[in-house]
Design a protein around this ligand. Structure first.
Ligand SMILES: CCCCCCCC/C=C\CCCCCCCC(=O)SCCNC(=O)CCNC(=O)[C@H](O)C(C)(C)COP(=O)(O)OP(=O)(O)OC[C@H]1O[C@@H](n2cnc3c(N)ncnc32)[C@H](O)[C@@H]1OP(=O)(O)O
Length: 157
């Protein structure tokens, strides 16, 4: 049986996110999984021609930022759910959003093979988490990310 990705269970608004919503047909539809339960996550994603940064075999920096953003915030949410002992459900009781996103582009990222992002939460506060990530292509480290994800309470709640 195929493994379920974090994003596969989100429904409603969460499933419409441009970077990771499984029901947004125009989006990147990334898929994140545990590499090590509760600790490290992994996302593998194949660029398409339209994601180019002008040079045909160089991935757009904006797309790289979106991949890191969505994989990192999904990681923060899943770590928070894991730590609190919540079941993994379609309407998670804990939502995190991006407060800040920093990307360091180390080398051009080729598009001919999948990119892989590994992330882990390196600092946990009451309302925020720091998520650090590394993006690899063809086994080379091409970018690093740092995301501050903050627990979000919709005004309607
Ligand atoms: C309204 C948006 C709704 C979107 C819902 C999306 C849900 C998706 C969820 C799941 C799907 C999977 C994943 C998706 C991935 C994609 C996610 C995105 O692209 S989200 C869109 C882009 N981000 C925004 O539009 C945020 C706009 N900013 C805000 O709403 C606020 O500024 C917010 C919530 C980030 C913080 O405001 P406060 O009032 O709730 O929080 P305070 O109490 O001020 O801070 C809490 C802690 O966070 C730190 N903090 C806040 N902002 C920080 C920053 N920029 N850098 C560092 N720390 C920050 C503070 O210092 C504080 O830390 P101390 O607890 O005291 O240690």
């Amino acid at each position: 049986m195929e493994q379920l990705a974090f994003q596969d269970v989100f429904s409603g608004d969460l499933s419409q996110c441009w970077g990771c919503g499984c029901h947004n047909p125009h989006g990147l539809q990334i898929k994140s999984y545990w590499a090590e339960e509760g600790q490290e996550t992994i996302c593998t994603w194949q660029p398409q021609d339209q994601h180019t940064a002008a040079w045909l075999n160089v991935l757009s920096g904006g797309i790289i930022a979106s991949l890191i953003d969505c994989h990192s915030v999904s990681t923060a949410m899943m770590v928070a759910l894991h730590d609190a002992g919540y079941a993994w459900t379609s309407e998670p009781p804990v939502i995190y959003i991006t407060a800040s996103l920093q990307v360091t582009y180390l080398k051009p990222t080729p598009m001919t093979s999948p990119v892989t992002i590994r992330a882990r939460v390196t600092e946990k506060g009451k309302k925020k988490m720091l998520v650090q990530s590394s993006l690899f292509a063809q086994d080379e480290l091409c970018a690093r990310g740092e995301v501050v994800a903050v627990r979000y309470t919709p005004a309607t709640q």
